[in-house]
Design a protein around this ligand. Structure first.
Ligand code: GLN
Length: 313
């Protein structure tokens, strides 16, 4: 693979887990009621390289809802379907500097959703998913993300229903986008597909393989299947670098130097282009909504494996 030898990577993944597991700072998300019931001690760390080797330590196979990490992969699927220019115009790529579920960010910009990693832009992106009906769009989301993971991903019905009962804000954002002519299909159907996409069950191992597919120019290094083009991976990783870690995206890039995406259930995927990806899971979050142990473990591995994109050696 493109990383140091197998033994060394294996040792470093164990070291990352060992060093970070004692940290118990942060809070579990509770704005989706059922997420508050998770065990805060869960912690998994996985590295997948672009040659298909996988190193997994801790709770690497515990499943959780993918949440906002889905935005990165749905964006890639939509870029594959529509191309660089159209998605750039309709969804945008600039950071809002505001919370991921901000309504103000939409209002301040003539209803333009700004970027695909905030909820407004993610809803606008999901609205573009290929499919003649919402049911077909959802099936295309599920099978598309499953191809990134290299296995069949399933809906977490409990998380889906919990969020569907409490997502008034996403419905409001979708209606606001509709009022500006930015969503052309039924906005509540778009929210439903988006809520399902957020409730797909993944593990830290899945996140690492999904990230390694972006690192590998769109070919899943475990299954060998091409999921998206190399150009789509480049576009997706550029967006993740500037907007993937909520309001902390600048600090993250400064400290860790890798495109990454986090979600409120505690997952993080960080991608080293041409080399591989790191998938972590730990539900305790910092105030921006990023996993505390996951950030620390990724920072350690980025440094130890020499992955920072901006480092000359
Ligand atoms: N499903 C969540 C929402 O739409 C995802 C948020 C997240 O992970 N940041 O609010």
């Amino acid at each position: 693979g493109a990383l140091p030898g197998w033994d060394q990577v294996e040792r470093l993944v164990h070291a990352a887990h060992e060093r970070c597991r004692a940290h118990d700072g942060g809070q579990v998300a509770d704005y989706i009621p059922v997420l508050a019931e998770v065990d805060p001690g869960l912690f998994g760390v996985v590295v997948a390289d672009s040659g298909g080797e996988v190193h997994a330590v801790g709770d690497a196979d515990v499943e959780f809802s993918v949440q906002s990490i889905s935005k990165a992969f749905v964006y890639a699927l939509v870029c594959e379907a529509y191309g660089h220019q159209e998605v750039l115009e309709r969804v945008g790529v600039n950071n809002t500097g505001l919370a991921f579920n901000s309504v103000m960010a939409v209002e301040l910009n003539d209803g333009h959703p700004r970027n695909p990693m905030v909820n407004a832009g993610a809803l606008a992106t999901t609205a573009l998913m290929p499919g003649a009906t919402p049911a077909e769009q959802w099936e295309n989301v599920r099978t598309g993300l499953s191809r990134f993971a290299g296995r069949q991903l399933e809906l977490d019905g409990v998380v889906y229903r919990s969020e569907a009962e409490t997502n008034m804000r996403n419905k409001a954002i979708a209606r606001l986008l509709e009022s500006y002519g930015r969503i052309r299909t039924d906005p509540l159907e778009v929210v439903d597909v988006y809520t399902r996409q957020c409730a797909l069950r993944v593990s830290a191992r899945d996140l690492a393989v999904m990230g390694a597919t972006l690192a590998d120019g769109g070919v899943n290094p475990v299954t060998g299947e091409r999921v998206v083009s190399a150009q789509v991976c480049r576009d997706t990783l550029a967006v993740l670098a500037s907007t993937g870690m909520y309001e902390s995206s600048g600090e993250w890039l400064f400290e860790i130097g890798l495109p990454a995406k986090s979600g409120v259930s505690g997952g993080i995927v960080a991608v080293a282009p041409g080399k591989g990806a790191i998938g972590t899971f730990s539900p305790l979050l910092d105030p921006a909504g990023n996993s505390v142990r996951g950030q620390r473990a990724t920072a350690y591995l980025s440094r130890a494996l020499g992955l920072n994109l901006f480092a000359s050696s």
